[in-house]
Structure formats: C-alpha cells, structure tokens
Design a protein around this ligand. Structure first.
Ligand SMILES: CC(C)[C@H](C(=O)O)[C@@H](O)C(=O)O
Ligand code: SF4
Length: 775
C-alpha cells in the first residue's frame, strides 16, 4: 500500500498511514490491526467482555494464541493436558480459561502439547505471523519485539485486547518519531543486548516516552534478525511505544520458508518483498529527537540497580548517589543499593552470583543459546552457582538446539535444560528466585521483586550470563572466551514444510467510497446516542472528582510495583485493591506504617499525586489501573506517564493528569500532604484546592475527554464504523493479500464464514493423541 503524500516520511509514518481506517479532526485515529497475539494473562477479561456483549472475534485468521507466562518449564515427557500438568490453581485456571476461549471463539492456539508453543514474542516471528509493514499488537509490553521486521508493534492493555478481538482495530494517536543511530562497528564480545542496555543507560527509562524509536545505522544493519529482535524488544524499557527497524535482505532471508509468510518465489512473495522494500524512512524525514551512538564506545554492559537504566560497563564499579545530579536519581540509587545488597564503589566483577537464567523474549532464540553454548562448551558452572537454567523461547528453538547438540553442552556443564515459557523472567510460574538471591539474567527487567520477592536481578547478554555461570561472579566475556565475536550473524531458518493454502480471492469489487454516515461517527463534540454495531455507553462518567489525594514521592514507578506478578493470575477485573503496591504496603504480610496508603485519611484517597516522572512504566498489565480503581483511586497526577499505563487508565474511566510544571505540582502535593481535599475538574480542565481556587489547568485529548465525560465505551463506538472497517479490509485483501489468514485459517471471501486450512487444526488444546505435533 504505497503512501499517497509526498512529504518525506519516516518508516513509522508510512506504516501508521497505511493502517488508518478513520481519522478525526483532533488527530484520534482508528487503525487496522493486522496481527493479534494472545496469551493467558491479559486475555480472560477481554474474552469475558466479548461474551457478555455477545460479540465474536472479528478476525480469527489474524489472531494467534499461546500459553507462556504461567506454565511450568519442567519436562513434558508425561504431558497429557494443561489441566493435569499445571499444579498451581490460579495459573492452571488462566491457562484452561484460554483453552476454553480459543475453543469458543475458534482461534488458532499453540498449547503445551504443541512444539510450536512458546513465548508469544518468539513464536510470532518464528511462524512468519509477524511480517514487515504490519501492525502487530498483544496484551504484552514486549510486543515491541516485532518491530525488528519493520512492523508497527506495540503492547496494549486488556480493554484494548477486547477492542481488537471485536473490531480488529484500535483507537490511537500518532506517536513522536525518535531516531537512534548506531554507527561504526561493535567491538568483539559486544552483542545487541549490550547495545540496547547501553542505549537505555543513555536515554533513560523515560527517554522514549510518547515516541516510536527507529533504530538505524551500520551497526543495526549488520545485525541478524534475532539480534534486531532483542533490541526492539527492549524499546519498551527505554519508554518507547515501539521500536522499528527497516526491513532489508536480512529480513527477507529470515522470512523465507516460514509457514505464515508468503511462499518464497511465488508472485505473492515478489509483490510482498517489493512493498516491504519501500518501507524505509525517506531522505529528509523529520524526527522529533535523535540520538547518535558510536558502536566502538559500547562494551559488555550489565545492570547494577532496580531499573533498566541502571547500567554500567562490566569493567565499571557500582555507582553511588553522588554519581547522580538529579535528586530523584540520588534517592532511587540509595534505595536500589540497599535492595540489591551492593556497596557503591565495588567493582562489578567482584559481585558474586547465586543463579543464572538464560531465557525470556529478549534472549531465548537459537542464536542466544548458541552464543551461551560457545562460552560454556567444555566447562563447568562454578561451585557457588545454586542453579543455572536454559529456557528456550519455544518448542521449535528447543528442538533446533537439541539437533545441534547444545542441550548436551549445557547439561554437561551443569545447566538445567528446560521447556519453553517465560520462566524466571517474571516468576508467575514455579521458576523464581528466593529472597536476596542474586541472578545473572538475560531478561529485560530488573524491577524489585521481578524474579521473586526480594530477588536481585542483573541484566546482561546470553554470553555474559553464561560467563557468570562459569566464573561464579559477574564477569567479562572478553576475558573468558578467546574466539570472538560471540555474536552470530546468521538467522537460523526453521526447516518447515510449506503449508498449502489457496490464494485469497481478489475479484471482489473494491469499494473505494470510504464515506460513512456522519451521524454514526464518534466525534469529539457529539454525544449522539450510539446505534448500529453495539452499545457505546458502559463506564461511569467522569466529570469532576473531589477527594483526599495521597502524595507519593517516587520516580519511575513501574507496574510491577503497582501490582506484583502474583496478582496477575486472576481472570477478573475486580478485587485487586488489596494488592495495590503490595510490596510497599506490606512487610511479611503486615501493613507497613510508613507507606502513605496505610496512613489515616489516605486510606480513603481518591487521587494519587506522584512527584517523580514516568509513572506506570514497564509491563502493559491493566491490573495496575484495576488495582488503583478498586482501591478507590480514580485520578493520578504526575509529571509524566508511561504510554501503555496512561492509555489503560482511560479505558477504565480513570483520568491521568500530566502536571509538568514544578510549581503547580508542588502546590498540589502540599495540599495532599496537608490532608486537604483536591478537586480535579475535567470539564474545565482545572485542578483546584478544597476551597475551589484554581491551582493549575491541564491538557487532555478531546476525544478521550468526550468519552470520559459521557462514560462512552470505545468498542461500541468503533463498531459503528463497520462499513469503514469493511472497506479497509477489502482494500487490504486486494493490495496485501498475504495478510488474510494465510495457512492456519482463511477468511471466506464474503468475509463472514471462517474456513479451516490444512495442515493444522483450528485449535490445539494440548490433546497430544488427536492433534498433530508435526507440521
Ligand atoms: C503479563 C504482561 C502484562 C507483562 C507485560 O506486559 O510485559 C509481562 O509479560 C511482563 O513482562 O511483565
Ligand atoms: S518480558 Fe518476560 S514475562 Fe514478559 S513476555 Fe517476555 S518473557 Fe514473558
């Protein structure tokens, strides 16, 4: 779909533009979603919403589901079904709920008995489900991974999952363009994980807020697809909505022969690659911000603290509060040192490690395992290492590694060779750290409690984690491996039989008239009652809110802190108030009297005033706003917010207010500290004191305000755009036919009936006896 306008565009601009179904005057866009990945944690409430409203999944052919977060990674030799295999009640319920839902809605599902099962961000690319120029979403923040293909891929909350399931579209706005150019050459032993950790150290965890990052430059061009995926994966840790890399020959090579990619050599493949080749930023395209990095300045990088921006070269020392100028960072540093059990000035290489975890959607692909195996080969893990785990990202990665003998290299060295899943990346399953255990980890988040309550995480590359296992301390791979560079360049190809599928029908007449009756369209200034595709009022309206405001003196509050992983196992949206800020509110299950929400009037807070920036960073879990809401907090005031959290609050009838003016924020905080009520008047966009005196005004997007004030439900509104969505789909079938349900499920040309395609079943519920594991 070539873009029409001639103004130089960025890669992001092009992909975004090609997916607009409708654009309102205030810039609110309805965009079409090509690919939707679903996992068990963020989908139950979405499916429940569909069922309650008697809605169906619009495009089962563009939806792919798997289980990854909750599942044990122990041997599946005796696996019969998930219900028997998963011992923990809540985890089992989330997985079996997904199994029921994929059956009820007719979705393609890779269950635990299917070797294509794996971490959602590993299986999408592996299958060719992720393709250049597509929009890809998932109820998971690391959906940014798929941007490595030149896709616009981003994490969404559960309300948006429901929206995509029902409408195959999303309501969103344009992000800013940020370019990060890494030129030159990487020194030996430096991998893409070091590059991205280094970048996050430079820009900070809020550096990319509101933006989509385009990674470019000679270093990026020289990376394999898997290495590019590791980089885009962690764009979210840099605060960005998404990361993107322009597709090139390396991308096309990777896609050849993937089951869901157009068949290599076919007319469709040629058409696709010619479109994909146009997906690069035009010369002269404008970026809102740019960062230049010289590859030669990057050394193996490792995290020391509790935020992904807390990184140092392995050759460095643990920093102290005096190393930072910013007050927020000084405070965070003090707290992080205490949590991590580290003393400022200690050489990183002196830090002793207890456990090693090689896995996660950042680094559990075949190249990652090869890089680790290269370090480990012929060696043994150090005697102080209590446990070292290799967790392949998917059953196919596992199989490939076994065919290369990597499993043997690892087990001979003393590593555990596990089954695919998220594992110790977030400890929603049995793989966790014990309190105070220190882990060398290839995952992406080192938040407090992330890998287990009081666990201590150091982020690094697979080669560095493998070196730590051998040395028993954090260590520099360059001092322990002679051969270099450790980073492999080739993208392994999954050797698969190309599934047969009929090419989509294209003779349908393309209706180019995209007009839609004006009185049915959502409009910022209209409160016309909904009609047609569904009801559009569903949330309690938000006009003004007056109440006690709790002050919170923290920066970069992540959603793991707002609601820790153990509470994500619910299949409901309610009842999470008691879990809000769990680790901060309770010590050994007893209330911590120092935490503001445990004190007097603040127990009844309706507003939260946060003094530090970037509130709600990290995971896409909508459980964070649900927990705040259940506690009674409907409005959060902060200098800035992380994008996904910000979005999620609106979907629940809540209001996040950005107050970046320091004086105004201080005044509001003073009112909060004095225990006086604060009033948030959305209609007039003002914050007032208890007497009604204006403290400050604030900005809010008009469409969002309209929905909040009128209590409107997005899905109902979007369903009224049915004819525009249908027209977009018709055009998509004609111009990019490879995006219509290739292989697994194909959409009938009349658009309604779903037909099943060989060779895989529509659902795989883990019934190994009746469902094929080979394909
Ligand atoms: C469970 C899910 C919402 C979450 C995410 O969005 O990132 C998880 O994958 C994580 O890594 O914390
Ligand atoms: S970040 Fe960790 S928990 Fe989240 S999807 Fe990736 S592997 Fe799973």
């Amino acid at each position: 779909m070539p873009s029409a306008e001639s103004k130089p565009k960025t890669l992001y601009d092009k992909v975004f533009q090609d997916h607009i179904v409708n654009e309102q005057e205030d810039g609110t866009c309805l965009i079409y979603i090509d690919r939707h990945l679903v996992h068990e944690v963020t989908s139950p409430q979405a499916f429940e919403g569909l069922k309650n409203a008697s809605r169906t999944v619009r495009r089962p052919d563009c939806t792919l589901a798997t289980v990854d977060h909750n599942i044990p990674t122990t041997s599946r030799k005796n696996f019969k079904n998930a219900a028997d295999f998963i011992k923990e009640n809540d985890s089992r319920l989330q997985c079996t709920t997904l199994e029921e839902n994929v059956k009820d809605f007719g979705l393609t599902y890779f269950g635990m008995g299917d070797k294509r099962q794996g971490i959602v961000h590993i299986i999408g690319p592996e299958q060719g489900f992720t393709l250049p120029g597509t929009t890809v979403v998932c109820g998971d923040s690391h959906t940014s991974t798929h941007g490595a293909f030149g896709a616009l891929a981003f994490g969404i909350g559960t309300s948006e999952v429901e929206h995509v399931l029902a409408t195959q579209t999303l309501i969103t706005r344009r992000s800013k363009n940020m370019r990060i150019q890494v030129d030159g050459e990487l020194p030996a032993g430096v991998t893409s994980k070091d590059v991205v950790l280094h970048i996050i150290g430079v820009i900070g965890t809020a550096g990319g807020n509101g933006a989509v990052i385009e990674f470019c430059g000679s270093v990026i061009r020289g990376l394999s697809m898997e290495a590019r995926m590791s980089m885009c994966n962690m764009s979210i840790e840099g605060g960005a909505r998404a990361g993107m890399i322009a597709p090139d020959e390396i991308t096309f090579e990777y896609l050849k022969g993937r089951p869901l990619a157009p068949k290599y050599g076919s007319a469709e493949w040629n058409k696709a690659t010619s479109y994909w080749s146009s997906l690069k930023s035009d010369a002269g395209a404008k970026y809102d911000s740019e960062v230049f990095i010289d590859g030669k300045d990057i050394v193996p990088t490792i995290s020391w603290g509790t935020s992904p921006q807390d990184v140092v070269p392995i050759t460095g020392v643990v920093p102290g509060p005096d190393d930072f100028e910013d007050e927020n960072r000084k405070t965070s540093c003090k707290r992080a040192l205490e949590y991590m059990g580290l003393v400022a000035g200690t050489p990183m290489k002196d830090v002793v490690v207890d456990k090693v975890f090689i896995g996660s959607c950042t680094n559990a692909r075949i190249e990652d395992l090869r890089a680790a195996a290269k370090v480990v080969k012929g060696r043994k893990i150090a005697s102080n290492i209590k446990r070292a785990m290799i967790v392949p990202g998917s059953g196919l990665v596992k199989e490939q590694a076994e065919s290369e003998g990597l499993d043997k290299i690892f087990t001979d060295a003393g590593f555990e060779w596990r089954e695919a899943g998220c594992s110790m990346c977030l400890g929603m399953n049995p793989d966790i750290l014990s309190p105070k255990e220190r882990c060398a980890s290839t995952s992406n988040r080192n938040f407090e409690g992330r890998q287990g309550a009081q666990g201590r995480t150091h982020l690094m590359s697979p080669a560095m984690a493998a070196t730590a296992a051998i040395v028993g301390k954090l260590a520099d791979v360059r001092e322990h491996v002679v051969a270099s560079p450790v980073l492999g360049k080739a993208s392994p190809k999954v050797d698969v039989q190309q599934p047969k599928f009929a090419s989509p029908e294209t003779e349908d007449e393309l209706d180019r008239v995209l007009d839609f009756p004006a009185d049915n369209e959502p409009h910022a200034n209209s409160s016309a009652p909904a009609s047609g595709g569904g009801k559009s009022s569903g949330l309690p309206p938000f006009t003004t809110l007056k109440g006690i405001a709790a002050p919170l003196d923290r920066a970069n509050v992540d959603t793991d802190a707002i609601i820790p992983k153990q509470f994500l196992k619910t299949i409901k949206r309610t009842g999470l108030g008691s879990a809000l800020f769990y680790e901060l509110r309770y010590t050994d299950d007893k209330e911590n009297p120092d935490f503001v929400l445990n004190q007097g009037i603040y127990r009844d807070s309706k507003i939260l005033v946060v003094t530090g920036p970037n509130f709600g960073c990290g995971s896409s879990r909508e459980h964070a706003p649900w927990a705040l809401l259940d506690f009674g907090i409907k409005c959060i005031i902060a200098p800035s917010f992380a994008d996904i959290f910000f979005n999620n609050t609106f979907k629940n009838g809540m209001l996040p207010v950005v107050v970046s003016d320091e004086v105004a924020l201080r005044k509001i905080t003073d009112e909060a500290r004095a225990g006086r009520e604060v009033e948030v008047d959305l209609v007039n966009q003002e914050i007032k004191d208890a007497q009604g005196n204006k403290i400050t005004s604030f900005e809010v997007e008009q469409f969002r305000k309209h929905c909040l004030v009128n209590g409107l439900d997005d899905i109902g509104l979007t369903l009224q755009m049915e004819s525009k969505i249908r027209n977009f789909e018709t055009k998509r079938t004609l111009e990019t036919p490879w995006l219509d349900g290739s292989a697994y499920l194909r959409r009938d040309r009349r658009g309604a009936t779903m037909v099943e395609a060989a060779p895989v079943p529509k659902t795989n519920r883990g019934d190994v006896k009746n469902e094929p594991l080979e394909w």
